[in-house]
Design a protein around this ligand. Structure first.
Ligand code: SAM
Length: 384
């Protein structure tokens, strides 16, 4: 990223986890900039590299957020009055993406040790090492992203206590975190498949932090394989499994979908919203074209032992948003040679379901998360 400062050309590496391109126009700025002026510049796509007190930059970021929310309030109110559907959902995502772009215009420079020279700057070295790995030299990052990195490091250090696990899960940066734990409870309390005594291997597809693999091991399963495509998830799952003392039962593998062979229990909690992720950080939520959901369903029968069960954990939010129907899901299950042996439901305790300003409030209030117990279809005896 390039800018001019005191008449000199300056360069630094541009860091954006969202994959945003480096801003084309950058000015240096400080405490003399008013929030209204900063907001006006940010809306025009002008990036501001902050050169005075760090805590004042934080205050300015909050002020930019307030202005962006004020601007989008009218649009969101109109959306709340309209019928839920793909258009409504896409419109809300556009408004949120625009907000993220605007707030991303306030920038901070860090040196090659991830230190900021700004007055009252916190020590962000450990947080940046956790999120980005070893430094590759001086860089510029949006204060919005840096705030997320700091918050993620606090979550990772503290961990999330899960009663269903009897322990804590430490989510790494960018890895889907079990902050809404109801689905973990479902996996902890689902009845064991009838052949449980003979289960030698269970698989957790898309293991993320390793939380469900750990729950299965704590349920007494002797061998659990957790698999994920994301290297960050792999490192995170290995870390959690070691912390929980389960390394002798749980093996974490890098890969997509099913490892070779058969298993008596295969669990999968795919991202539940069928839409394109806005950034790599959203890959735990958005499943474009239901690729992971369908990949799991289509491969399940071929990897289950004859009496085995597949446990699909899936929220029905997509149905309430008009992005997928229940009939379609049932058709996919049937076409994959599977039948539903049972279902356990839970109502997610989402903090925003009681937020009347949330344009998705109605859908969130109606949302159910289910554990679908799937088995291979039995051959029709009349045909044999
Ligand atoms: C919603 S997160 C679930 C994480 C964890 N199982 C949990 O329940 O908290 C989905 C995970 O699936 C992973 N994933 C996406 N596509 C995959 C695939 N084809 N094979 C394996 N893992 C995949 C993502 O990297 C992500 O970690």
């Amino acid at each position: 990223m390039a800018w001019t400062e005191n008449g000199e050309s300056r360069f630094a590496r541009w860091q954006s986890e969202r994959g945003s391109p480096p801003p084309k126009t950058v000015i240096t700025t400080d405490d003399r900039m008013t929030a209204d002026d900063a907001y006006g510049l940010a809306c025009q796509g002008m990036a501001m590299l902050w050169r005075s007190d760090f805590q004042n930059a934080r205050q300015l970021l909050i002020a930019l957020g307030t202005r962006a929310d004020r601007k989008s309030a009218q649009h969101l109110a109109a959306i709340r009055r309209s019928q839920p559907g793909p258009d409504t959902f896409n419109r809300i995502r556009q408004i949120r993406a625009q907000r993220a772009r605007t707030l991303g215009m306030l920038l901070i420079e860090l040196d090659s040790d991830y230190r900021s020279a700004l007055r009252r700057a916190p020590d962000v070295t450990e947080a940046c090492l956790h999120a980005y790995g070893p430094s590759q030299g001086p860089m510029v990052v949006s204060l919005r992203e840096l705030t997320g990195v700091i918050g993620a490091y606090q979550w990772a250090s503290r961990g999330i206590e899960l009663s269903a696990l009897g322990g804590r899960i430490h989510p790494h940066y960018g890895v889907f975190a079990p902050t809404r734990s109801e689905y973990v409870d479902l996996v902890a309390r689902a009845p064991s498949p009838a052949n449980a005594a003979h289960i030698d291997t269970a698989i957790d597809i898309g293991t993320g932090t390793g939380v469900l693999a750990a729950v299965l091991a704590r349920r007494g399963l002797r061998r659990v394989i957790g698999i994920d495509t994301d290297p960050r998830a792999i490192a995170c799952a290995i870390d959690n499994i070691e912390r929980l003392g389960l390394s002798n039962r749980v093996q974490i593998q890098h890969g997509a979908f099913f490892p070779d062979g058969h298993a008596s229990l295969i669990v999968c909690n795919p991202p539940w919203v069928p839409a394109r992720p806005g950034s790599p950080l959203e890959r735990g939520i958005y499943d474009e074209g239901c690729a992971m959901l369908r990949g799991f369903l289509d491969g399940l029968a071929a990897h289950l032992t004859p009496d085995g069960e597949g446990w699909l954990i899936l929220s029905d939010l997509a149905e309430h948003l008009g992005l997928r129907t229940r009939e379609t899901l049932l058709q996919w299950i049937d076409a994959a040679g599977l039948e539903v042996a049972g279902r356990l439901d839970t109502r997610p305790n989402h903090p925003r379901s009681s937020d009347s300003n949330d344009p998705l409030q109605a859908a969130r209030r109606a949302e159910l998360t289910s554990l679908w117990r799937l088995k291979r279809k039995r051959p029709d005896p009349s045909l044999t």
